[in-house]
Ligand binder design. Structure first.
Ligand code: BDP
Length: 721
């Protein structure tokens, strides 16, 4: 229907709508721009200083990547400085110069730079120079420079040399071809396979920009529980469209390879890796993929794990399977990331030990373009796990890290949990593989055992939600993952601060309040979910909410009761020499530390020990009380987050402020639910009264058991485990 307004009314109305629109725009933010908001610098002195220092720039070269650099600089500088910026084509009097002629830079040895590295220098005479041997390095340097402005740093005395510590910095999308996302909590998959290859969603470009801005240079587009169809020409054309779009941003595309693909899409009768016909099929498949995508990164493979097909179906080893794929990719420079997340139902040994038992004997048997991808801990992305004992245990094999960015076991998209402290705890853990000073970080950057092939992967938390990650604060985890893949030495706090400044603004109190909230959020979530080394207490299928009583699943090691082992005496899994002896998979002295009840850090206590309910803890409380203490403090801490956030009302745009407020309320309810359900359940074993300092649950166990079943459609669900 068309409305007709007489002219004067119409123009007034238009004026009113325009004013309204700009008012809303300036104060409502939907989070789509992530940390690349480029809002005008609030601080007038800094703004004046920056404006004086930069009013033109030049970028050497003329390629898709240099075009991207120019448009990012324009967008960034115009947004931040709110002024006109010249791109000086003749290069004569520019203040900001991007160049690949590093040799000309005084006092600088080119060999100091990695291919993707860059330098940023400022001098009074020649302005600011960003230099790198590659265009991608210039793009990274550009984002670094913009970050300096976004976080309001001094730019007068810059002398930055920055190289990535790890070569393959990769996101793993557990995305299915029907656009559902396994363990995804931010809507559907961003890959619109149906409309590809013709329709290129703007999100793809913004995804690439965001990744490039934090140094991510690879993406596995498909779920590890793989679908062979992705390897058919119909889909390869679509993958090619994405690869072409991502290439100028320095991002390589990888795919998951379903081991049984030769049968499912190749018409063969077997997928036995030692069968010539199977090898031939993969060789041809690789050739075909490279005809579409000349710089295809390679395959990520989940085999013989949770029902996925693999070489063991034919009595072959993981090395046989990986090497067959490696041979197919070798002529083209591709790699195989072979996952070590394997455990078998038939195996009576402790699940935490199985990957190590399976893979350690294969050390030295892999082709040189195979890298074994290991989850950070030996079970499965639990809120807190000790590092996986395979790190350091396979000196002759490149081993890469798999973190989870999506919060499958960490409150999903309803809870604020900043994961950088967790990533850091793992990366900084000393494996003692070559004596003291052999941290996990050095295993995975290749330096400990001198491997050229090295990498870090993170299971992405990105979806179609307008703000990409569901919870506005979960953007920080995507950001932190990228920053740590580039430089694992950055502190979690430094990264948090960068992210807050770029995402919310630079006002001092706001920055420190949000940073404090972020920095304590991981420990808080552990406190109200799985304190003292407990793990896998989550409800079945979706892993949303508590279900410590679950004991009816077909496989022992899918049941929470398998993991906590509560009985009348105490709680915890005995992994000492007297128990499963998992402690022995660690190098000495760690094996000894974990074997000792007294020496084991309390954060891992119930991971390694079955401890009596009345055993004394460091706090002088007995274990039962300490559990209550932890659960209750988790709740109290969430209440503090609510107050802290409330104090920021007015200093953050209303839209995001309100979203986080509502989510914190859910987080509080969930924390209380966790405490009540777990303490009520564990009380059936401890048979002790709830400690005084803990708010007593008002419902009985039956209530919580029913509640566990009341969310069958929680997002990201898998049917069983
Ligand atoms: C578990 C998830 C499951 C994944 C599996 C994996 O629950 O959905 O398929 O890990 O990593 O964490 O393969």
């Amino acid at each position: 229907m068309l409305f007709y307004f007489p002219r004067p009314v119409k123009s007034k109305l238009i004026l009113f709508i325009t004013i309204l629109a700009s008012a809303i725009q300036s104060y409502a933010e939907n989070g789509y721009d992530l940390w690349l908001r480029y809002q005008k610098i609030e601080n007038p002195e800094m703004l004046a200083h920056y404006r004086e220092t930069i009013h033109s720039f030049s970028v050497e070269g003329n390629s898709p990547t240099t075009e991207i650099i120019k448009s990012e600089l324009e967008r960034g500088l115009i947004g931040l400085l709110d002024t006109t910026i010249k791109t000086d084509e003749d290069n004569s009097s520019v203040q900001l110069k991007l160049t690949r002629s590093i040799d000309e830079i005084e006092g600088f040895a080119t060999k100091e730079l990695h291919d993707e590295g860059y330098i940023i220098r400022s001098s009074n005479l020649s302005g600011i120079i960003i230099a790198s041997p590659t265009e991608i390095g210039l793009l990274y340097g550009t984002f670094h420079f913009l970050r300096l402005l976004q976080t309001q740093q001094e730019i007068d005395q810059l002398n930055i040399i920055d190289n990535p510590k790890v070569d393959r910095r990769i996101l793993n999308h557990w995305d299915n071809l029907d656009r559902t996302s396994e363990r995804g909590y931010a809507g559907f998959s961003i890959w619109d396979w149906h409309k590809l290859p013709v329709y290129l969603d703007k999100r793809y470009t913004d995804y690439a920009r965001a990744n490039a801005s934090i140094g991510i240079n690879g993406t596995v587009l498909t779920n590890v529980n793989a679908n062979a169809l992705i390897l058919t020409p119909q889909y390869l054309e679509k993958v090619k469209a994405l690869a072409d779009l991502f290439r100028p941003y320095g991002i390589k595309v990888y795919l998951t390879a379903r081991f049984s693909a030769p049968i499912e899409i190749g018409g063969l009768e077997t997928a036995d890796p030692l069968e010539k016909s199977v090898q031939k099929w993969w060789n041809e498949k690789a050739k075909e993929i490279y005809s579409y995508i000349p710089d295809f990164g390679g395959f990520l493979v989940k085999a013989n794990s949770e029902g996925q097909p693999g070489p063991q179906n034919y009595g072959r080893t993981h090395a046989d399977g990986a090497n067959m794929l490696a041979e197919a990719l070798q002529p083209f420079g591709g790699i195989v990331m072979w996952r070590a997340f394997v455990y078998s139902n038939e195996e009576p040994v402790d699940r935490a030990m199985q990957a190590y038992n399976e893979f350690k004997p294969l050390d030295g048997q892999f082709e040189n373009n195979v890298i074994v991808q290991v989850k950070n801990g030996p079970i499965d992305f639990q809120p807190r796990e000790p590092f996986h004992p395979l790190f350091g245990a396979m000196p002759q094999t490149p081993v890469m890290m798999e973190f989870q960015i999506t919060q499958e076991y960490l409150g999903q998209a309803t809870q604020m949990v900043y994961l950088a402290p967790m990533y850091k705890e793992v990366l900084d853990s000393d494996t003692y593989a070559k004596g003291k000073g052999s941290p996990v970080a050095k295993v995975i950057d290749g330096s400990l055992f001198e491997h050229d092939l090295n990498g870090i992967a993170g299971v992405a938390n990105i979806g179609t939600d307008i703000n990409w990650t569901g919870h506005p604060m979960a953007q920080s985890n995507w950001y932190a993952f990228g920053r740590l893949t580039w430089n694992s030495e950055l502190t979690a706090r430094t990264i948090a601060e960068e992210w807050v400044r770029m995402t919310f603004g630079n006002e001092g109190k706001m920055v420190s309040t949000i940073c404090n909230m972020l920095m304590s959020s991981w420990e808080t979530s552990i406190n109200y979910m799985t304190p003292l080394g407990l793990n896998h207490l989550m409800a079945t299928g979706h892993h949303y909410g508590p279900g410590p009583w679950v004991d009816y699943l077909p496989r022992a090691d899918w049941n929470p009761t398998y993991f906590h082992r509560a009985d009348k005496e105490g709680v915890g899994f005995d992994r000492t020499e007297k128990g499963s002896n998992a402690v022995n998979q660690y190098f000495s002295p760690l094996s000894k530390v974990f074997n000792s009840r007294k020496k084991t850090p309390e954060k891992f206590l119930l991971w390694f020990h079955h401890v009596k309910w009345d055993d004394k803890m460091k706090s002088d409380r007995i274990l039962w009380e300490e559990l209550g203490w932890k659960y209750q403090s988790g709740i109290n801490e969430v209440r503090t987050f609510i107050d802290q956030w409330e104090s920021l009302k007015g200093s953050i745009d209303d839209e995001r402020h309100q979203q986080v407020s509502m989510l914190l309320q859910i987080q509080l309810d969930e924390a209380i639910w966790w405490k009540d359900a777990c303490m009520t359940y564990f009380q059936t074993f401890s048979e002790m009264p709830f400690p005084d300092f803990m708010v007593t649950p008002t419902k009985d166990l039956e209530y919580f058991k029913k509640k566990e079943k009341s969310t069958p459609y929680a997002p990201g669900t898998r049917p069983q485990w």
